[in-house]
Design a protein around this ligand. Structure first.
Ligand code: 0O2
Length: 227
């Protein structure tokens, strides 16, 4: 089965209902193209910032960027969990994280710098911010989440599109990736001891992040003195 045939089958399974299924499939494909273009726009914005800052400061604030578009199954599953009938219109109206970008920064202050630089760009509207660094989740999860709206220019006009951005340090990403693999959303295999151990690891990692930032600042101060 080709990729397109597979997506069409998933679409029929999960987005059933009355009316012409091919028409709804086309609308779904068009919406996914829109999200894909929005992700590419925002990703380019981070790449441009990274290149400019690397050139200006001789160190790169961004280590890596990854992005993804939610799969049809995941989209349908989330709408169902929210108690919303899975239709194409419901996706854009109710989901903020169909298009997602993860930006891995070198140091904690880089996260706040690049987030602020992005937010200041005049074609970006910040819809929501969740600062899980200043206020970590109870399980120890740390990351800076933004939902932004970006215009995507198509032949017939502009479409404002939401993109979820997660910014974290390399160290925060190490914890979140392993915790995601082992535990996140996998109910039933948890004990208070495991939760406490994971939280303790998150705290050790956060303390190391803070120390690494302190070391960088000391090195920078020494360099300044020598000038
Ligand atoms: P996945 O599998 O990564 O795609 P929302 O569900 O987005 O409407 P929520 O949960 O309040 O509402 O959003 P939030 O807090 O901004 O978290 C969204 C994303 O952050 C998750 O996406 C995860 O990627 C990540 N995340 C949040 N909490 C945790 C956590 O405790 N551990 C880990 N490893 N990641 C977390 P998804 O779509 O839920 O999951």
């Amino acid at each position: 089965m080709s990729d397109t045939q597979e997506r069409e089958k998933l679409f029929r399974d999960f987005f059933g209902g009355s009316g012409d299924v091919m028409e709804r499939f086309d609308a779904f494909q068009a919406l996914m193209v829109q999200y894909d273009c929005a992700v590419r726009e925002v990703r380019t914005k981070f790449e441009v910032l990274n290149e400019e800052l690397t050139y200006r400061t001789s160190r790169n604030p961004i280590e890596s960027i990854s992005s993804r578009i939610k799969t049809p199954i995941s989209i349908a599953g989330k709408l169902r969990r929210l108690g919303i009938e899975p239709t194409v219109d419901a996706i854009a109206d109710n989901l903020n994280d169909v298009a997602g970008i993860r930006v891995i920064c070198s140091f904690i202050d880089d996260i706040y710098s690049v987030a602020e630089m992005l937010a200041k760009q005049d074609d970006i509207t910040v819809v929501q911010v969740k600062d899980y660094i200043r206020k970590p989740k109870l399980n120890g999860y740390r990351s800076y989440h933004m939902i932004v709206e970006v215009p995507v220019f198509f032949s017939e006009g502009k479409r404002l599109t939401r993109v979820e951005i997660q910014l974290r340090t390399v160290a925060m990403d190490f914890w979140a990736s392993l915790e995601h693999q082992m535990k996140y959303k996998q109910d039933g295999a948890d004990t208070p001891e495991i939760a406490a151990e994971l939280k303790s690891c998150a705290e050790t990692i956060a303390a190391t992040d803070a120390r690494m930032l302190g070391i960088r600042k000391r090195i920078e101060a020494l360099r300044e003195q020598k000038k």
